[in-house]
Structure formats: structure tokens, C-alpha cells
Design a protein around this ligand. Structure first.
Ligand code: 13P
Ligand code: 13P
Ligand code: MG
Ligand code: MG
Ligand code: MG
Ligand code: MG
Length: 381
């Protein structure tokens, strides 16, 4: 069977500020997902939140960009928005940027990552397992560095030296500044590794869209690379990307995929979407309540049975003592960076300052600048 994994996520309201969705919102989404499984739209579904973003992880046979699946997600988010409004929650419906998208919701606000494969549990994939990353309070290219390291650098993924992976992976990289449509370049690692790095270093403009095995022509990774402000024309919250990563066998093993997150690398995000702060790995359903508004990322892993259903239990990858060490280090990095407040590299440059108000403040001042009048040089007596 041709199986599709779709992850569609949105920030549609949160409790006590931008922390987490309410239990009633989560229950509303879970209820809709259960109904969609019952009526055969979905094979399976799983709901979790990371900070104030709710992600619906689904399997089905309707293909990528299916209007039925996308409309289901949209209507489910509308139902949870209604709950958020009733409870007076912050930012109710924040990521639902258009009135009623027809069909596909990509470009309408929710983040979408989808990939499809022949699910026969034979040949190159005798077992199917995958992970889903979900980040909050951060920019769209937050996975650029960790996914590059996992799929292009044997210092992180020694498995790249093994026969199934030694021909490398094809990176599809999207130019998120191009508002005319999805503008994508395909570059091969390791051959084009430096070109890939030259693009991916810019987390705000270029993002990994997908990664495909060169040997098997099987998709390994799909990311929701988009910029909300390009859709809305103004700041409407951070992009908070999600990513699907298939693992094991012909792909990297889970530890090869998560070990780059040990860096707690700096990304754009945090308070008002305008700072440069470390990405902290956290367990599922973690609220954003730390001393700043740290960018966070969660990671859940599933296996898939013959019928396309998720394993009855899942792995919460960052819910582990080993990651406490990384969380502490992320916090220390955050304290260091924030100690220089608004100065220089601690905040995003003007071109990226997400909060419209910051730009308005500077634009207002720019109007008041005047060229200094040169005074005539005094003749020597
Ligand atoms: P969200 O996109 O999670 O709402 O983040 C908004 C923000 O600006 C944090 O201050
Ligand atoms: P196990 O023996 O636990 O399956 O370990 C396999 C492995 O190679 C880890 O990547
Ligand atoms: Mg929010
Ligand atoms: Mg969010
Ligand atoms: Mg957001
Ligand atoms: Mg084993």
C-alpha cells in the first residue's frame, strides 16, 4: 500500500499567555481524530503539543496534499479555536491565517510536513519506524543544522559509511523568501556538501524541505519549511516547524538523528520571535514557562504495523535523564546570551526582526535623521 504520513500543526490558543493549549482544546482535537479514524478518513492519528503548538500526526492512503485530510485538520483546528475563544485563551486561532482555504492548507498558516512510501514491510524496509520533531518559539530553519549533520556528516552519523547510505542523500532546499511559490533546489550530499551548507547557514531564508536516499530513492525526511510572515504580510508568531524523519536500516538510526541536538544550537526565536537563543530538547507536551521563552523541540518515535497503524506505545526521545545535561547547558547558554540584552548578535538583525513594532519604532526614528550640514572651512588668518 502507498502510505502517507502527514503532520499538520497549528498554534490556535494557549493558557496564561503563550505557554500551552488547554486540556479541553487537546480533548477537542483528540475527539475529532478518533472520529476520523472511525469513519475511515485516517488509518491512525496521534495528538501532542509542544509549547502552544498542537500537532496532529496521521497515517492514511490519500496521498500528500489530500484536500480531505487537510480540510479535516483545518476544521479540527477551528473546533479547538472555538474552545479557546470560549475560555478566553491567548491567541485563539492565531495560525489560521485565511478565512477558508480550499483544499490544501499549506500556505494558510498551519505547518505541514508529509511524506509517502510503498508500505509493504519488505525489501529495503522490512520494518517501518519514524520520528516527528516539533519545535516552538523558533524560526523555520531550526532543523537545518541538525538534519544536515545527521544526513551528511559521518562525525554524527557513522552509518553514512555503510553500503546502504554511502552514496549519500539528496537535499531539497526551499527558498522561503520566494512568495511566488515553492522555489526548490536539489543538491546531493556529500558531493555538493559545501553548497548545501552555504544555503542552510541562513536559517531564516533557506530550509530543508525534504531529504531523499540516493541509493533507494526513498524519502527520509519532510519538513514544514515556510515563513508565516510571508503569508500574513506581518508578524503572526513564530513558524515553529515540524519534521518527519524515517529511521533505521537504509536511514540513520535514532541516536544518529538526535545527537546533533546535543549542541542546543542557537536559532532565531524566543520572546517576541526576535532573539537568538539555544534550542532546548524537551519531552512531549512541555509548556513554555522557563525564565525566558526558550525555543524548544520535542521528538516522538513510532513503528507502523502492516495496516498502517502506529505501534500501541511510542518513544518520547527527549524524555530521558541524558537530555537533562543538554537542557542545563541550553539554559546556561541562554543566560549568557540574554546577559547582553538587546545588543548586536543577541537579537535578530533588523531585516529579520519579527515583531512589527520593533521595525515601526526604528522606521519612525529613521524619518527623523538629517544630513549634518557641512560648515565652510575657516580661512587661515
Ligand atoms: P508563537 O509562534 O509560539 O505564538 O510565539 C510567539 C512569540 O512571539 C513568542 O514571544
Ligand atoms: P540492538 O542490539 O539493541 O538492536 O542495537 C542495535 C544497534 O545497532 C544500535 O544502533
Ligand atoms: Mg503562540
Ligand atoms: Mg508556537
Ligand atoms: Mg508560532
Ligand atoms: Mg534492537
Amino acid at each position: 500500500m502507498k502510505l502517507t504520513i502527514s503532520v499538520i500543526k497549528a498554534d490556535i490558543g494557549s493558557v496564561g499567555g503563550h505557554t500551552k493549549p488547554s486540556a479541553r482544546m487537546m480533548a477537542a482535537v483528540e475527539g475529532e481524530v478518533a472520529k476520523a479514524i472511525d469513519n475511515g478518513l485516517l488509518i491512525d492519528g496521534f495528538v501532542r503539543h509542544t509549547g502552544d503548538d498542537i500537532a496532529i500526526i496521521m497515517t492514511h492512503t490519500r496521498g500528500e496534499g489530500s484536500s480531505e485530510v487537510h480540510q479535516f485538520a483545518w476544521k479540527t483546528f477551528l473546533a479547538a479555536t472555538a474552545v479557546a475563544k470560549t475560555s478566553g485563551l491567548y491567541g485563539a486561532g492565531q495560525d489560521l491565517l485565511v478565512d477558508a482555504p480550499s483544499g490544501n492548507v499549506r500556505g494558510a498558516g498551519p505547518g505541514v510536513a508529509e511524506l509517502s512510501f510503498d508500505h509493504s514491510l519488505s525489501g529495503a524496509r522490512p520494518a517501518e519506524s519514524f520520528m516527528v520533531f516539533a519545535a516552538d518559539k523558533c524560526g523555520p530553519g531550526a532543523y537545518n543544522l541538525p538534519l544536515y549533520l545527521a544526513f551528511a556528516d559521518p562525525m554524527y552519523c557513522a552509518g553514512l559509511m555503510l553500503p546502504p547510505m554511502i552514496k549519500g542523500f539528496r537535499f531539497h532546499i526551499i527558498d522561503m523568501d520566494n512568495t511566488a511559490g515553492d522555489s526548490v533546489i536539489e543538491l546531493d550530499a556529500p558531493a555538493d556538501g559545501y553548497h548545501i551548507a552555504a544555503l542552510l547557514r541562513d536559517n531564516e531564508r533557506f530550509g530543508i524541505d525534504r531529504i531523499v536516499s540516493k541509493t533507494y530513492d526513498e524519502v527520509a525526511v519532510a519538513v514544514s519549511a515556510q515563513r508565516l510572515h510571508s503569508i500574513a504580510g506581518k508578524y503572526t508568531g513564530k513558524d515553529d516547524p515540524v519534521a518527519i524523519v524515517r529511521n533505521q536500516g537504509i536511514f540513520a538510526a535514532p541516536e544518529e538523528i538526535i545527537s546533533p541536538f546535543v549542541k542546543a544550537h542557537f536559532v532565531g526565536g524566543d520572546a517576541r520571535g526576535s532573539h537568538v537563543m539555544p534550542l532546548m530538547p524537551v519531552p512531549l507536551n512541555t509548556p513554555v514557562t522557563g525564565m525566558y521563552c526558550l525555543p524548544i523541540v520535542s521528538c516522538v518515535g513510532f513503528s507502523i504495523d502492516r495496516d498502517g497503524k502506529f505501534s500501541e506505545s511510542y518513544a518520547d526521545f527527549f524524555d530521558n535523564l541524558a537530555w537533562d545535561e543538554v537542557r542545563q547547558r541550553a539554559q546556561r547558554k541562554a543566560i549568557e546570551m540574554r546577559s547582553q540584552g538587546w545588543s548586536g548578535a543577541a537579537m535578530l538583525p533588523y531585516s529579520e526582526l519579527e515583531y512589527g513594532g520593533f521595525r515601526d519604532t526604528v522606521s519612525g526614528l529613521l524619518k527623523r535623521f538629517r544630513l549634518r550640514e557641512e560648515s565652510e572651512p575657516q580661512a587661515a588668518e
